[in-house]
Design a protein around this ligand. Structure first.
Ligand SMILES: [Zn+2]
Length: 309
């Protein structure tokens, strides 16, 4: 935690290019030590108790999500929405409520066209969980945005999390965790490729935790400088084989739709398109593709605290 505090306090002073170069070195060092748990942690494939499969006997679930980190990312939401509409898929977009000037019309366009919006924190500064008291104060504001946007879900900036405290949020699901991702600042994974119901002692209430199960685009294409989608497909095939949930996070901020003049923190949006095409080609008709809100409702109904009655 101390290292993270130092990182966030000096981050604004370090040029973006230097930040990325430093992070590339760290990722490379870690990679050699983490080969047995990344991108695949074999222990994560065990299905939950009483597991009776996905609706309509589908082999696996596919959930697409995006975090919109900055105004630059917000400006690219329409293009990403169009790409997904062309491919016949839908996703959720998470906006950072107080980080940049929000464009409510983009949010409305998304929901009108069958996409989902959620709250990706208040600020992207790593301070949400500094103390319980400050979390509770911020939770009130987060709840206000959830209500105003008609959102059912939350994802913490940088995947910092305290799954106990998150019970203060009025959410149906949280998506601030992963099955395995040793490159995140809070690197402990949930070690499952299935959703989890996070109940409370009071017998009712609780939310569904949705870990992401494919590596983040930023890690693969910006930090590891991968030039193809092989790692995504390797992991997807493994999830499909084990009947889990493929949950993907990508960021419009880092997608380059023109294919020209790639910035240091960008990758071609064509990679994402190719990924969607490959899923269709390999697994047409075999996966349950829904929005995070829908999988959370399915999970809560079948595996939630009231599901025994
Ligand atoms: Zn983020």
């Amino acid at each position: 935690m101390l290292r993270n505090n130092i990182y966030y306090s000096i981050k604004p002073l370090v040029p973006r290019r230097l930040q990325i170069i430093a992070r590339r070195c760290l990722v490379n060092q870690k990679l050699t030590r983490c080969r047995d748990v990344w991108p695949i942690d074999e222990s994560a494939k065990r299905p939950p108790e009483r597991w009776s499969g996905w609706p309509a006997q589908k082999q696996f679930a596919l959930i697409l999500t995006h975090d919109v980190e900055s105004a630059k990312g917000q400006d690219k939401c329409d293009e990403l929405m169009r790409l997904e509409e062309e491919m016949g898929v839908r996703s959720s977009f998470g906006f950072v409520a107080e980080e940049y000037e929000l464009a409510p019309e983009i949010r409305h366009r998304l929901t009108d066209r069958g996409f989902e919006v959620n709250v990706h924190g208040l600020r992207h500064d790593g301070k949400l969980y500094k103390s319980k008291k400050s979390f509770q104060t911020q939770a009130l504001r987060i709840n206000r945005y959830l209500k105003e946007w008609g959102a059912a879900g939350f994802r913490s900036p940088s995947m910092y999390r305290n799954l106990e405290w998150i019970h203060d949020l009025q959410i149906e699901y949280d998506a601030s965790s992963f099955d395995t991702d040793p490159f995140e600042p809070q690197p402990d994974g949930m070690r499952t490729i299935f959703p989890l119901f996070m109940g409370t002692n009071s017998h009712c209430g609780g939310y569904v935790e949705l870990p992401y199960t494919l590596p983040q685009d930023f890690t693969l294409f910006v930090l590891m400088r991968q030039k193809n989608i092989d790692i995504w497909m390797q992991k997807l095939d493994w999830i499909a084989k084990n009947g889990g949930m493929a949950l993907v996070i990508t960021h419009p901020d880092y997608m380059n739709f023109s294919g020209k003049n790639l910035g240091i923190d960008e990758y071609p949006a064509a990679y994402y398109k190719e990924f969607l095409e490959q899923i269709k080609t390999r697994y047409e008709g075999q996966y349950w593709h829904v929005l995070p809100r829908e999988i959370a409702r399915f999970w809560s109904k079948n595996y939630g605290s009231g599901s025994h009655e």
